[in-house]
Design a protein around this ligand. Sequence first.
Ligand SMILES: [Ca+2]
Ligand SMILES: [Ca+2]
Ligand SMILES: [Ca+2]
Length: 279
Amino acid sequence: MQRTDVTIIFLLLFLSFKCNAQTDWRDCYPILVPRLESIPRIDGDLSDWKDHAFTDGVWDIDRIRYTPWYDPAINRLTDHGNEPSPEEDLNSRYYIAWDNKYLYLGAEVHDNVNDTKDPQHEPKRWYFKDAVCWFIKTPGHNISENFGQGVNAFCFVIDTLKPSYGAWWRHGDAKRTYIEETIPTNAVKYVIRMNPWGNSRGDFILEARIELALTFAKSDPDWRSPKEGDEYGLQIVHTDPDGGDYGGHLIIYGTGDNHNSWGKMVLVGPKNPIVRKQN
Ligand SMILES: [Ca+2]
Ligand SMILES: [Ca+2]
Ligand SMILES: [Ca+2]
C-alpha cells in the first residue's frame, strides 16, 4: 500500500468518527482531489488522466434529489414537450485533479440538446446557456461576502466556436466582489468535443486546465502554491436550458453563491486507479 493510500484511509477514518446526525454533510464527504504525476494533454479525451482524478460517479436529477443540498426550486430540469426521461435529459461525470501549476477539470456529459442561445445574451450570462461551472474558494479565509477575496467560478459554455465569453471567470479580489471577466487566455486551455459517443448531438466531453498562479493568486493575494492537505471549497453548477430562457440547473456540493454552503475539497497525493479482480 502506498503512502498516499494510507493517508487517505486515515483521513477518511478521522472524518467518519466526526459524522453523526448533527454533523454537517461536508465533514462526512470530503472531496479528495489527487495530484497528477503525469501531465495530461488537453485534447477533449479524458482517458489520459480521469482514472487518476477525483470523481464520484454519475450525477443526475435522481441522485441530487437525495443529497443534503437538494432544493427543487434550483435543482431542476425543464419540459419543452416531447422530452426524453430525466436521466437522458442530463447525466454527467465530473473530474478534478491538480499539479503544482494547474487545476484540471473534466466532464463527460450525456445531454439531449445542445443550447447556447440566450435571447438576452450578455457575456456574463453563462447560466442561460449549456455550461459547466466549477466554483472554488481558496484556503484559509472565512469571508462573509459572496464572491469576495479568494472566491472564484470558472465557467465553460458548451459552444465549440469558443466565443470570447466561452471561458468565464466570476471572482473577487482583496477589494472587490463579483468581478465578471473572461478567464485570461494565457491562464486557461480547454477543448470541447461534441457527440463523442455517436449517440446524441447534445453529448459532450469538456477537458480544461486553469493555471493556478494566474487565477487564484489574483483573486487572493494570500494564496500560496498548492500542497497536499490544502482545503478549498468546491461546488459544481451545470446549466442545461435546452430551449427557452432560464432552464435546467443542477447544483452539486452546494446551494449557490454562498461559499459557506460549498463542499470541502482537500488536495491529496496521487491516486491509484481501481484495479478489477481477475476472473
Ligand atoms: Ca486528454
Ligand atoms: Ca438536457
Ligand atoms: Ca443541454
